[in-house]
Design a protein around this ligand. Structure first.
Ligand code: ZN
Length: 72
């Protein structure tokens, strides 16, 4: 992760919201610097995904996913 404190800052700043929690997945909305991103936790696969470019390009955990994990 580029900035390990960014995720905590997102949570502290109230940028992370749990939008939906179903049997199979949890959907978070994370307000980033320029866009709001959708972070989804697939409970069956135990997999996190985010729609931001960093996540798509690097296939690594972005700050939005990290923030959603903190938020739980
Ligand atoms: Zn992301």
């Amino acid at each position: 992760m580029r900035d390990p404190n960014k995720a905590q800052r997102l949570v502290d700043g109230g940028k992370v919201r749990k939008v939906m929690d179903t049997q199979n997945r949890t959907h978070f909305s994370v307000e980033g610097d320029t866009d709001t991103h959708s972070v989804i936790y697939d409970k069956r696969k135990a997999e996190w995904t985010c729609d931001c470019r960093y996540s798509a390009l690097t296939n690594r955990e972005c700050s939005h996913i990290a923030a959603a994990k903190i938020k739980g």
